[in-house]
Ligand binder design. Structure first.
Ligand SMILES: [Zn+2]
Length: 675
């Protein structure tokens, strides 16, 4: 009804101004262009503005099937409403034309008694009837301009015109009319043209373009629909994707105050698309109902509870919160690794904990609602996890390892590289262990002091001194004991391993994931496929070291040599693992790379041959499976914890959009994106 009335008002002004110009001029066709045409342009523009004033609140005042179709294609406007809207618009235009005819009837009878030359008052006609192509092109360009401008004017994050929106859109129509209107009368609106044209047929006009054999009626019917979609695509690709995410919060209308109070904690998230964490296909449109920190229902058909708060994220994709299964939130490498060693000796644990809290916040804001933190120092990871859980700090849900477990002189031996006796021997914690019993003891120690997961460094590493990057550091018996003890305590175990032999020992022992895996050979990869062992490639770690080199940063020459070997091998191995079907979970090794840039791993994974949807699964359902939390996290399903993020646009088309997450909800609480 709103679309009917709005379009009717639009036509009453629009056709009215043409009638007064045509009927009360001298009657020569040229006069339309000499001055009278300016009136027509302004009159139509005002008509559009008034139509929007009438219908803006109720229906959004599309007043134009080209706009409605463009919104359905690009903004998730329900397709089921497209036909009813278009019919209402056409009927409104028909009625508006009829009222203008009624008003001007005497003048029509005097000027054109046989109704054979004035149908142009109501419907449009090409200025060059011999060439329908001209009309096609100008209708497509004109409508593309219209929709592009309408989207720009109404985009809250661009230059919203607010209360001036109707005038701004009206001026757009004036401008299009003045600049493009002479070719085909600038219908740029199938309803505005077809409705009045049907009226001219009904009223007995001869030159109506529909039954007079000229066949011009279909150009302003079809071309604007195409132009509208083109305009919307142009705006989204050129402007909207670079804007911060749009966000509209509103209360479901028409509910009494007491109902709103009762359902206060119910939130409905809406977006153009939804990735549920498991399917290859996105749902369109996307909708999730959240209540009490849990997902109540998922899907466009879900009922919106009375009084629920509705958050409309527009042209975005809802996704389960991302999981990074390999972080080190307690620190961050700089571009001078030798200076980092000195800094670590100077900073107090308290100072590092406070800095770590800022890393945690950055990680959450990047869309990562869960991390597996694989080894820190001074129990900063335990402290941070607990502070976040108690609400004193903002950050992702953390599963922590307390400290990596390794052998004497191994990758995680904190006294490596210093002269004997320089560091307090009491700094030698039980995480540096020897023999199967030592490994069991180290696992028990980590669990005693708060570990959710066990981390072992099975091979040497890049940034440690005094070890090869790929040689094994634990015996088979040591790894067997470590994994057995971890699983007995119902903890998953992860093995840092660049080398193939170290990885094979860990895989045989039943490890849950291999981290990095730079030098894995075919046999190791086949073993992982057979046993279902996850690979966590940590491509960001490699990328960040390349970035350090590009900036001319300073690395210890002993670690630089190892890094070059590992980085080259890693690229080849990850591509092969993807081809062989090894299970892959998303992990960055942030701490080596910068915190908050975690999502850049997505495009690196895609660059090694992973399908974008598989990369998204690696950071959601696959991550949850590896962490053993798949029954609570990693998918958008009724009953799951409400960890939900929104990615602008469509991440399956452009995976780097994951780097611009605009909305973050964890445990049903919104941390980014308003409220
Ligand atoms: Zn690591």
């Amino acid at each position: 009804m709103a679309e009917f009335l709005g379009t009717m008002v639009l036509l009453m002004f629009g056709a009215g101004v043409v009638a007064s110009v045509v009927l009360f001029g001298t009657g020569t066709p040229g006069e339309l262009v000499n001055g009278g045409f300016t009136n027509i342009n302004i009159g139509w523009g005002l008509g559009v503005a008034m139509g929007i004033f009438v219908a803006g609140k109720i229906s959004g005042a599309h007043l134009n099937p080209a706009v409605t179709v463009a919104l359905a294609v690009r903004r998730g406007f329900p397709w089921g409403k497209v036909l009813p809207y278009s019919l209402a618009q056409t009927a409104g235009a028909f009625a508006g034309a009829a009222l203008v005819f009624l008003g001007y009837r005497a003048a029509f009878m005097k000027f054109d008694p046989a109704l054979e030359k004035t149908a142009g008052v109501f419907a449009t006609f090409p200025a060059f009837p011999a060439s329908p192509m001209t009309g096609w092109i100008d209708q497509i360009i004109g409508t593309a301009l219209l929709v592009l401008l309408v989207l720009a004017i109404t985009d809250e994050k661009n230059q919203p015109a607010g209360a001036f929106t109707p005038f701004a859109v009206g001026l757009v129509v004036v401008a299009i009319g003045m600049c493009w209107g002479t070719l085909h009368g600038y219908a740029i609106n199938p309803a505005r043209d077809l409705g009045p044209r049907l009226f001219t047929v009904a009223a007995g006009f001869r030159n109506n373009g529909l039954t007079d054999g000229t066949g011009v009626f279909w150009v302003p019917l079809v071309a604007p629909l195409i132009g509208g979609v083109i305009g919307a695509v142009l705006y989204d690709a050129g402007i909207r994707r670079y804007l911060p995410m749009a966000l509209v919060v509103m209360l479901a209308s028409g509910q009494p105050a007491w109902a709103q109070a009762q359902a206060q904690d119910t939130v409905v998230l809406k977006a153009a698309r939804l990735f549920d964490g498991r399917s290859d296909m996105l749902q369109t449109p996307g909708m999730v109902v959240v209540s009490g920190g849990r997902i109540e229902s998922v899907g466009a058909t879900a009922q919106i509870p009375a009084g629920a708060k509705v958050i409309d994220l527009g042209d975005a994709t809802l996704s389960p919160g991302f999981m990074d299964v390999h972080t080190h939130l307690n620190s961050e490498r700089s571009d001078d690794t030798r200076n980092d060693r000195i800094r670590r000796l100077e900073e107090t644990p308290a100072e590092r904990a406070l800095i770590a809290a800022t890393y945690a916040r950055k990680t959450l804001m990047a869309g990562f609602t869960t991390v597996r933190d694989l080894g820190g120092a001074d129990f900063i990871d335990v402290g941070l996890r607990n502070a976040i859980n108690k609400g004193f700090a903002e950050g992702p849900r953390m599963l922590v390892a307390v400290r990596s477990i390794c052998t004497l002189g191994g990758h995680c031996d904190g006294t490596n590289g210093y002269r004997f006796g320089f560091l307090n021997p009491e700094a030698m914690l039980p995480n540096v262990a020897s023999g199967p019993d030592g490994m069991r003891n180290a696992v028990r120690w980590a669990v005693k002091y708060g570990a959710d997961v066990i981390k072992v460094t099975a091979s040497g590493g890049v940034l440690s001194l005094n070890d090869d990057v790929d040689s094994p550091q634990l015996t088979q018996e040591e790894l067997n004991a470590l994994v057995d003890e971890a699983h007995a305590k119902r903890k998953k175990a992860a093995a840092h391993s660049h080398g193939a032999e170290a990885a094979k020992r860990a895989i045989r022992a039943g490890i849950d994931s291999i981290e990095h895996g730079s030098f894995l050979d075919d046999e190791a990869l086949r073993m992982m496929v057979e046993k279902g062992t996850y690979l966590v490639p940590t491509l960001m770690a490699a990328d960040s070291i390349r970035e350090t080199w590009a900036k001319g940063g300073r690395m210890d020459p002993r670690t630089e040599r190892k890094a070059r070997l590992a980085l080259d091998a890693m690229d080849v191995t990850v591509s092969k693992a993807i081809r062989m079907g090894v299970k892959i979970a998303f992990g960055t090794d942030s701490g080596v790379s910068r915190h908050g840039r975690n999502a850049e791993e997505f495009k690196l994974m895609a660059g090694r041959g992973m399908k974008p949807v598989d990369a998204l699964k690696a950071a959601t359902s696959a991550g949850a499976d590896l962490l053993g939390v798949g029954d609570r996290l990693g998918t958008l399903q009724a009953g799951r914890v409400a960890d939900i993020v929104a990615i602008p646009g469509n991440p399956l088309v452009d995976i780097s959009q994951t780097e611009r997450v605009g909305f973050v909800m964890k445990d049903g609480r919104v941390f980014k994106g308003g409220l």
